[in-house]
Design a binder for this molecule. Structure first.
Ligand code: GLC
Length: 798
């Protein structure tokens, strides 16, 4: 069953059946002001921080599931009938409504009661101003008298103030109205203002939520809309909203356009922005938003025989990865902003995967992570980047009911809370960044440590590698510590196969970097360490058919052939191959086991069979319901690791089988099972051991997005930047005869045609650059365009 379709031409996902099973969300904004909104205009807007500076309120995990939001009500002044352009909250018959999710905007459309209407939400490019662009048309043959009402509920800014201790919060904010502008003032803050205005002179206003809604009513039937008369309410204290009313009369066929503006700042700023954001300016900004995404998407566009993959790589997968890089992981309907800052491992992985389209942001994310590294060499699992900025900004929000600002000693947690994998990801992220950009200078920049002192980026990376070398258990495998990538595998002093493999991967990347920099002594030293890690892993972790997942502190191996639950795990087997620890034979066998035990039509399960007996030696995962989350769900994030592993092994058919199973775009017609949006990778899909098998949960905020993009483009399509050249080494299904890609790399464009006349899965037999045979593809001058022809086949000719 499907609820909508991909309109790739317009770069939109169109929901034409709006009663989707769960909220289908999207993001607006490109910088400091951003927001998350669903298919019914439910959602919230914020400025810089989803914890400290929320602009509009959201009632998470509520009933209904998606409110409040940024709504536009229309009222027929003659009949009293009213509706919302975004279907909900009024909820007229659904056939009259649709929603278009675009890149950085959402558009709601209604064709109800003879009126065609649209509401488009997006954020201005240069100012923290959200634009609500509303268009109306009288589609009938009689004149119509309408009232238009905006509505959004203001937040008390801090997520805690918004959700608790109302004896204080309720007296913290005030509102007033002047000259067509509502000013909202979070009075306890120095500059706690927002404005709400419009490009017309309003006929009425309400600033008080409860006046607008009325007693024993909800957003579904607000009194102001039902009566058609605003009350002119405002007050110091209480809950506040942004309602402006406009009466419009439309002759048959006549159109009207109204802009509402919600922005940072008080009355004066509202006046300035109102003068600036005319309809023409809004159009210009909307075009600039489109150009913003053009620029990003033009970093790589592909044409392959797989339409689902094209939709993902050309649009939605990159978009999702960018959302994670730009806004981090704490703003959605599931992550509702209560957690501060950045997660170490998630941010490092995200930053590794979108360097080609957002090098500046990825670089600044890496700097934030480097600053949150301890001298000991582990990263702070969760931190607020502001804490480590050279000129630390004081938190302007100073609530009287103290929400404590932690001191440095509390911020820098000890090794007890260190996750064994966190900082290892950063090594590869930095290496990837340099390969993409050629910015070798970055390596020798000085950066501080979280607990004092400073060192170069290079030294930071060494400390990370050295930390893992020290933190090994009794078998010589890296300790699992508080957790490894799997939050629920809590091995403490026990050992994690995945971390040792990850260590090896990071070591290999670092060795290549050190060699390229001519730092031969370091390269040799770390290469020797890598050889030792590899030898230990091979000796200790191979179990005959696959690699074990780890060893508990009391010496029990996890994930052996003798186990009846938690027998085969994805993380250790995929990473054994990716890291180069597994030889070809073991790699193939391990990945065959992954296919045999973990594959489902919706993707690969994280482990099987699920754990059913609590075992604290293994960790929390044994207490998670079977089939959910880390206990045998199709946890999306590691799925691309299996594509990479299969691509390394040269099995393109298998890699594509795995790719297709998880691919959201290919599940557009399975929404009765999937439920969640088909334009976003979700954190997990319910596994085989749960009755809701196939149900996807937690869209957008997930590392699967970056990894899916990275694995598909760099390993399946095989377009991989290196320090001094662009590699093209595809691993594709044998029935692909060709594909085409345009890749921007260091400012030049490479038009890459790959032909596969012999139907192989891997292997390049001939490579031509601008018609000339070549062995490598060098960086070319920025702005130049080069034609690359790759002929796949078994016998190398050049
Ligand atoms: C969540 C966390 C991520 C972790 C994963 C597996 O997605 O954000 O850090 O790696 O779960 O436990």
């Amino acid at each position: 069953m499907q609820y909508g379709h991909f309109d790739n031409e317009r770069r939109e996902y169109v929901i034409d059946r709006v009663d989707v099973p769960v909220s289908w969300t999207n993001y607006i904004g490109t910088r400091d002001m951003y927001g998350v909104f669903n298919h019914t205009a439910g959602g919230y807007l914020l400025y810089k921080s989803s914890e400290y500076h929320r602009i509009t309120r959201f009632r998470p995990n509520g009933v209904p599931m998606d409110g409040p939001g940024h709504y536009v009500y229309l009222r027929d002044e003659d009949t009293g009938d009213y509706w919302t352009i975004s279907w909900q909250p009024v909820g007229k018959p659904k056939e009259h409504f649709s929603c278009h999710h675009g890149l950085g905007y959402v558009r709601y459309l209604s064709r109800y009661g003879g009126i065609d209407a649209s509401e488009t939400l997006f954020v201005a490019m240069d100012d923290p101003v959200e634009i609500w662009d509303v268009a109306l048309k009288n589609a009938g043959d009689k004149p119509r008298r309408l009232s238009v009402f905006s509505y959004a509920e203001f937040s008390f800014h801090h997520v805690a103030m918004d959700n608790q201790n109302f004896q204080m919060s309720l007296y913290a904010a005030g509102s007033r109205y002047e000259d067509g502008i509502i000013e909202y003032d979070l009075h306890y803050e120095e500059n706690g203002y927002q404005f709400f205005t419009a490009d017309f002179a309003p006929d009425g206003f309400d600033c008080l939520r409860d006046a607008f809604i009325g007693p024993y009513r909800t957003e579904r039937d607000p009194e102001t809309v039902e009566t058609g008369r605003c009350k002119g309410s405002f007050e110091n204290g209480g809950n506040h909203c942004a309602c402006l009313q406009k009466r419009v009369t439309l002759a048959p066929g006549e159109e009207a356009r109204l802009l509402f503006l919600l922005g940072e700042g008080g009355l004066a700023e509202g006046q300035r922005m109102r003068a600036k954001y005319t309809a023409q300016q809004a159009d210009e900004d909307f075009q600039r938003l489109s150009a913003f995404w053009d620029e990003k998407l033009s970093a790589l566009q592909i044409e392959t025989p797989n339409a689902g993959m094209d939709t993902e790589i050309n649009l939605w997968n990159l978009y999702q990865s960018e959302i994670n890089v730009m806004f981090s992981r704490f703003t959605s309907f599931i992550e509702v902003g209560g957690r501060v800052g950045l997660g170490y491992r998630d941010t490092a992985q995200d930053a590794m995967t979108a360097v080609h389209s957002n090098p500046e942001k990825c670089r600044s994310r890496m700097v934030e992570l480097l600053r949150a590294l301890t001298r000991e060499g582990y990263g702070l699992h969760l931190f607020e980047p502001r804490w480590f900025e050279p000129q630390e900004q004081g938190q302007s929000f100073r609530s009287p009911t103290v929400i404590p600002t932690p001191s440095k000693s509390e911020i820098v947690h000890g090794i007890r809370d260190a996750c064994a994998d966190d900082a290892l990801w950063l090594v590869s992220a930095v290496v990837q960044y340099v390969k993409e950009t050629g910015d070798f200078g970055f390596i020798d920049e000085a950066v501080t440590y979280a607990d004092g002192g400073q060192g170069t980026v290079y030294e930071h990376l060494q400390r990370i590698l050295d930390f893992s070398a020290r933190q090994v258990g009794q078998n010589g495998v890296c300790k699992g510590l508080r957790a490894d990538w799997n939050d629920c595998l809590n091995l403490g002093g026990g050992e994690s196969a995945m971390v040792s493999f990850l260590h090896l991967w990071a070591l290999n990347g670092f060795v290549a970097l050190a060699r390229r920099l001519g730092r031969t002594d370091d390269a040799d030293r770390y290469a020797a360490l890598a050889a030792k890690v590899k030898e230990t892993a091979d000796r200790v972790l191979w179990d005959g058919q696959w690699y074990v997942r780890g060893i508990t502190a009391d010496g029990r191996k996890i994930g052996t052939q003798r186990d009846t639950e938690g027998r085969v795990h994805m993380e250790s087997n995929t990473w054994a191959v990716i890291s180069g620890a597994a030889d070809e034979e073991k790699g193939r066998r391990a990945m065959d086991s992954v296919d045999e035990y973990l594959f489902t039509p919706y993707g690969l399960m994280l482990n099987a069979p699920c754990f059913t007996r609590p075992d604290d030696g293994i960790g929390f995962v044994t207490r998670v319901y079977p089939g959910l989350k880390e206990n045998g769900a199709i946890f999306s994030h590691p799925n691309p690791w299996a594509w990479v592993a299969e691509a390394i092994l040269g099995r393109g058919d298998r890699a594509m089988k795995f790719y297709n199973a998880l691919c959201p775009a290919l599940q557009n017609d399975k929404i009765e099972v999937r439920q969640s949006e088909p334009y976003s990778y979700c954190q997990f899909v319910v596994g085989r051991d749960h009755p809701a098998f196939g149900r996807a949960r937690h869209p957008f905020m997930t590392g699967s997005s970056g990894w899916a993009y990275f694995a598909a483009t760099q390993y399946i399509l095989g377009i991989r930047p290196d320090f001094d050249g662009l590699l093209v080494d595809p691993c594709i299904p044998s029935d692909w005869r060709s594909f085409f890609a345009v890749r921007r790399w260091r400012g030049a464009f490479y038009r890459i045609r790959v032909e596969n006349p012999d139907g192989v899965q891997k292997g390049v037999k001939r490579m031509l650059l601008n018609g000339q045979p070549c062995a490598t593809i060098p960086p070319l001058p920025a702005g130049s365009i080069a034609d690359v022809l790759i002929i796949m086949g078994n016998d190398k000719e050049v």
